[in-house]
Design a protein around this ligand. Structure first.
Ligand SMILES: [Zn+2]
Length: 344
């Protein structure tokens, strides 16, 4: 019988082996879940498009540089979302839960960060989102990067800034009910900002003319937040009304996404909802493109209009790219608790 009984040491080893595998498996599942969760926010498609379209509004002196890096700015428009679970302090840069501050949130909340910290404390502010202040900070970093003629930073901050500005234009980024989870409308976040633009944005008129200088960046950011928040009621209400008029099997359909059969809002439901919103998604997207281009331009003016022609060939420095790769690597290691080299 003894051969069927594992020695305590073997048993411990077996348990350890099992535990380790189970742990790795759950971490892997968690990792995949995080990856899929990281998709939110205007959808990757819309973010890329917003940065790309913003480039075409810039004056010739800026286009000489920005046009060469249009692909970089577009591809990296989604970096901040990819970093959301990797970098401490990143997640809160994408939203602000205005409703937490009551009906007069916009008069209660200070325009500038130091005053806001003094009034509410940094932890509390971060908990409920800091997008309007973070955009101001990123804009001032971009101005500095222009002044220093630091090509890598100009590109990196421009791409990031485009992302945060676009997020500030999404109505559901201004409420704690960001995914309809408090009103039994789960999934509305991705529906509004990913599914709708992917289906309809090709037809939007995105011709906006040249950029304009923003005298008061902070004020304009808050105005954008206000407009987003004002649009939020109809985002939720129309979805609720339309859902009540639809059978569940008509509301959703299955489509192939990356070779996986995925449940999506049906085309019919999407079309009707899009029509009820009466151009709202297009308006928010246009306003995003407008502000992204305008703020890039404003930073450049504020930096004394440096000659970007000189920087055209310098490109994003290798060190910058390596830093990003290392950052990702660290994140994976932290998440999976994997050591660089096995010491088993
Ligand atoms: Zn985002």
């Amino acid at each position: 019988m003894a051969s069927f009984v594992l020695s305590p040491r073997k048993k411990a080893e077996k348990n350890r082996f099992f535990f380790k595998n189970a742990l790795n498996f759950s971490l892997l599942t968690l990792f995949l879940l995080l990856l899929s969760g990281a998709k939110g926010h205007w959808g990757f498609w819309a973010h890329k498009r917003i940065n790309r379209l913003a480039v075409f509004r810039l004056p010739a002196e800026m286009q000489v540089f920005y046009k060469k890096y249009t692909d970089y700015l577009s591809e990296n428009a989604v970096n901040p979302d990819k970093r959301r679970y990797a970098v401490a302090g990143e997640a809160e840069r994408h939203f602000i839960d205005l409703d937490v501050y009551g009906d007069s949130a916009l008069t209660v909340l200070p325009k500038y960060w130091p005053a806001a910290v003094q009034k509410f404390g940094e932890d509390s502010l971060r908990k409920h989102g800091i997008v309007p202040w973070h955009i101001q900070m990123a804009a001032s970093q971009l101005t500095t990067a222009f002044r220093e003629k630091n090509t890598s930073r100009i590109l990196r901050i421009s791409a990031d800034l485009g992302h945060y500005i676009a997020d500030a234009h999404v109505p559901l980024h201004t409420t704690r009910n960001y995914n309809g989870q408090l009103t039994a409308q789960e999934g509305i976040h991705g529906f509004w900002e990913s599914r709708l633009p992917e289906l309809f944005a090709e037809d939007y008129d995105m011709w906006l003319g040249p950029v304009v200088y923003r005298k008061d960046v902070a004020r304009d950011i808050w105005k954008a937040i206000e407009a987003s928040h004002a649009a939020m009621d109809s985002v939720l209400l129309f979805e609720k009304q339309l859902t009540a008029a639809f059978k569940t099997d008509k509301k959703y359909s299955f489509e192939l996404r990356n070779n996986v059969l995925t449940r999506m809002h049906s085309r019919e439901f999407s079309e009707k909802y899009h029509r009820m919103l009466a151009g709202q998604v297009a308006r928010r997207m246009r306003a995003s493109v407008q502000m992204v281009g305008d703020i890039w331009y404003t930073c450049w003016i504020d930096a004394g209009q440096p000659d970007l022609g000189q920087l055209v060939d310098s490109g994003p420095a290798l060190s910058e790219q390596n830093a990003e790769a290392a950052e990702r690597q660290n994140w994976l290691q932290r998440l999976l608790n994997v050591r660089p080299e096995s010491d088993d």
